[in-house]
Each structure stands twice: as structure tokens, then as C-alpha cells.
Design a protein around this ligand. Structure first.
Ligand SMILES: Cc1ncc(COP(=O)(O)O)c(C=O)c1O
Length: 417
């Protein structure tokens, strides 16, 4: 017999598991929707609105004529070959596409599979605040415990790892240290000494370094890949995203590179998540990587230069307006100082900006543990991955909407309490 509607919600009916019951829709869906409703320039979510270059679109068109059935579990051999070849020549590590590479549904699935593969229940994973918000949620879904370590901000506006805080956070249950480089949301790129600090901490703990390098090609001064540092390779999972490197975030094609045993662990998780990644997209991604390589990497150099121009365009667009940002080292985002805006906090600002100014932003307090959200109360995350004319228009709109607001002071040194 069917249960009556009255029984629904009585506690005995179907309901989501505790694992997901506490999750709320991510800030990206909430604020992208708000920007859309107000037809705002959305500087919230990280995607380049002008999309991939012609040769990537051509590769996708050609792939529609190729195989359409399931791909091999670890990824199409042609794509894994390209990934291994590129990463190998950029890092100096000798890679075997069959043992060291796994193709995933974007970097998001790579991260999910990584936490499933390295964390046992109760194991700890260090995550730096402000974080990419998938990390703590995915760590918890793997039964792990996220251990936040706040980044500190110097007078130059750069966000960096505090060695003492890192040291204090590493303990006997530390199994992973998660690092985003270039960093989202701050735009900081690791320096060699910072990378070495992380490698040494992971060595001491016997932990895996989960290196989220989705913005590897968007480091304006050239990339620093964690796997190139002494002692790093054997404990590092290097995660990247075709979507970020080719301005095609909707493809959701990513990969992980690492030592054989760890990649095997990830593959064992991956086979029960999607099993394999969309075949035509892998065919097209392999072709795009090949074409980029055959142009002697000109594509990557131009991408980097273009995004550096966009970062400058955003900084210039904000000048004279109510927000202040320092130039990032790379990535898609800046954390702008919003203390001159007439709002109680970043959430109130982001709720109102699409209607009042026609500009969308993300409240960075979502990237902190609840007890430290106040640290982000007067910042906004803004994406500069948009074409320069959109950035200039967003700057004009903000200046017009808050014409009465003085430009804020340069950022104060910021040390979390
Ligand atoms: C730091 C970081 N990691 C991972 C991802 C997800 O990448 P993908 O779209 O390839 O799943 C993003 C996307 O914004 C990101 O910013």
C-alpha cells in the first residue's frame, strides 16, 4: 500500500542522509542566479564569457564524427599520452600515461576521488583559508576531517602560508595537505620557499599533497608546479582542468597526475563514480592539447598574457570607485577590499549589488570556517576572467552606484586571530 501524504515528514519516510543534510546550495549557484535575475555583469562565478579559441571548437566539431561509446576507465590513451607528455616536459618528471595519469570529470571529480582514495574515516586534511569550497565538503564526504589553516596577508596584499600555523595544524592523523596554486580566491602564486615548506610538512606527516593546479597556465610570472620541488613527486597529486586552461569550463574534463600507487587508488574510486569521462570530449581535448603543443606552447603564453591584461583591466576599472584590489599573481580572481561600501558584511553586499549596481560578486566568508567568517566581512571575490570591456563596464557601474563613497585605504596587514 502507498504511504499517505500525511506520513511525509513524520520521520519514518525517505529523507536525505546526514552526510548531505547539512549542505546548502553552493554560493556559486546562489549568486549566479541572483546576477542572472538582475541581468548583472556577473563577476562572481569563474568562467570566461568569451569561451574557447577556434581550434578548440574545431576539435569538438571533428570529435562528433569519432567514437561515441564508453571510453576506457582511466581515460582515452591519446589524451593520457598528451597529458603525460606535457606534464613531463614541464616538470622534468618521466611520466607513463598508463600508470601516472587519470582523466576525470573536471578537477572537481579528481578532488573527490583523491579524498576518497587517501582518507580513512577520522583522517585529517589540512586546508588553507580562504579555501575553494569543494574541499571541506568533499573531505567530509570521504569521512575525513578538514583542518583549516588561515593564510595571512602581508602589507603588500599577498596571502601567504604562516609556517607556525601550519606546524601547529599538522598532527598524527594528517593524511593530506591541500594546496591551491595559483590560489582561488586570492590570486596568490606560491613561491619556492612556500612550496618547500608544504613539502616538508607533508614529509613529516607522511601525508599526500593534493595540489589543485587548475590555474597552472594562468600564473602571470610563469607556473610553479608543486611536483617540481625536491621530495614532492612521490607524495603529490597534481590536479588540472581542461576547462580552465582552454576557457571551456562547461566541458568538465580534468585530470590527476601522480605516483603509480596513488593514481591506482584514485582510479579505484573513479571507476565507481563516473567510471569514464565523455568520449567525444576526450577526443577533442587530446586534439586541442596536441595543437597547443605543436604551436610550441604559443597558445599557453598568449593565454597567460591575456589574463594578465584582464587582471590589470579589473584593477584599472576599480580605480576611483568604492572597491580596492591589489594585482594578483595569477588565476581568475581577486579579493577586493569593500570596506567603503555601505553594507554590514560581504553577504549583505553580494545580495544587493546585482540590483543596485548591476554587478555580481561572491562573498568570500563562504570560504572560511564559521568562527572566522568575520575576517572576510569587508571583502568581495571578483572574477577578472571576463573580456576587458565587461570589466570596464562593471567598474563604471560600481562607481556610479556608489558615487558618494570614498575610495578605501590600502589593505591593512591581516593576521587571523
Ligand atoms: C581552485 C579550483 N579547483 C577546482 C575547480 C573545479 O574545476 P573543474 O571545473 O575542472 O571541475 C575550480 C573551479 O572553479 C577551482 O577554482
Amino acid at each position: 500500500m502507498n504511504a499517505s501524504p500525511a506520513a511525509a515528514g513524520s520521520g519514518s519516510g525517505p529523507r536525505p542522509a546526514a552526510r548531505v543534510a547539512g549542505f546548502e546550495p553552493s554560493v556559486f549557484s546562489v549568486y549566479a542566479q541572483l546576477a542572472h535575475e538582475h541581468e548583472a555583469i556577473d563577476l562572481g562565478q569563474g568562467y570566461p564569457s568569451d569561451g574557447p579559441p577556434g581550434f578548440v571548437r574545431d576539435a569538438l566539431r571533428e570529435a562528433s564524427k569519432g567514437p561515441q561509446q564508453y571510453a576506457p576507465m582511466r581515460g582515452l590513451p591519446a589524451l593520457r599520452r598528451e597529458i603525460a607528455f606535457d606534464h613531463g616536459r614541464w616538470t622534468g618528471n618521466e611520466l607513463d600515461p598508463d600508470r601516472h595519469v587519470l582523466v576525470t570529470v573536471g578537477a572537481t571529480e579528481a578532488l573527490f576521488a583523491a579524498f576518497q582514495a587517501v582518507l580513512d574515516p577520522g583522517d585529517e586534511a589540512i586546508v588553507f583559508e580562504p579555501w575553494y569550497d569543494a574541499y571541506p565538503a568533499q573531505i567530509r564526504m570521504a569521512g575525513g576531517v578538514p583542518v583549516p589553516v588561515p593564510l595571512v596577508r602581508g602589507r603588500d596584499g599577498r596571502w601567504t602560508v604562516d609556517p607556525d600555523r601550519l606546524e601547529a595544524a599538522v598532527g598524527p592523523r594528517t593524511r593530506a595537505i591541500v594546496v591551491t596554486n595559483p590560489h582561488n580566491p586570492s590570486g596568490t602564486v606560491l613561491r619556492e620557499e612556500e612550496a618547500d615548506l608544504l613539502v616538508r610538512a607533508a614529509e613529516r606527516a607522511g601525508a599526500v599533497l593534493v595540489a589543485d593546479e587548475v590555474y597552472e597556465h594562468l600564473s602571470f610570472g610563469g607556473p610553479l608546479r608543486l611536483a617540481t620541488r625536491p621530495g614532492a613527486w612521490e607524495r603529490t597529486l597534481s590536479i588540472s582542468s581542461f576547462g580552465k586552461s582552454f576557457s571551456a569550463t562547461g566541458w568538465k574534463v580534468g585530470w590527476t597526475i601522480g605516483p603509480e600507487e596513488l593514481i591506482h587508488g584514485l582510479a579505484m574510486a573513479h571507476q565507481w563514480i563516473p567510471f569514464a569521462v565523455a568520449t567525444p570530449l576526450q577526443v577533442a581535448a587530446a586534439e586541442a592539447l596536441r595543437r597547443a603543443r605543436e604551436q610550441n606552447d604559443r597558445y599557453y603564453r598568449e593565454l597567460r598574457a591575456e589574463f594578465a591584461r584582464r587582471a590589470d583591466a579589473l584593477i584599472a576599472a576599480l580605480e576611483g570607485g568604492p572597491l580596492h584590489a591589489v594585482r594578483p599573481d595569477g588565476g581568475y580572481f581577486v579579493l577586493a577590499d569593500a570596506s567603503a561600501l555601505p553594507y554590514q558584511d560581504d553577504v549583505a553586499a553580494c545580495r544587493d549589488l546585482p540590483a543596485r549596481a548591476g554587478v555580481g560578486a561572491i562573498p568570500p566568508s563562504a570560504f572560511y570556517a564559521p568562527e572566522r567568517r568575520h575576517l572576510a566581512a569587508h571583502h568581495l571575490r571578483l572574477a577578472f576572467c571576463r573580456p576587458a570591456h565587461e570589466l570596464a563596464e562593471a567598474g563604471r557601474r560600481l562607481s556610479d552606484a556608489f558615487a558618494d563613497r570614498r575610495p578605501p585605504r590600502p589593505p591593512k596587514e591581516h593576521r587571523p586571530t
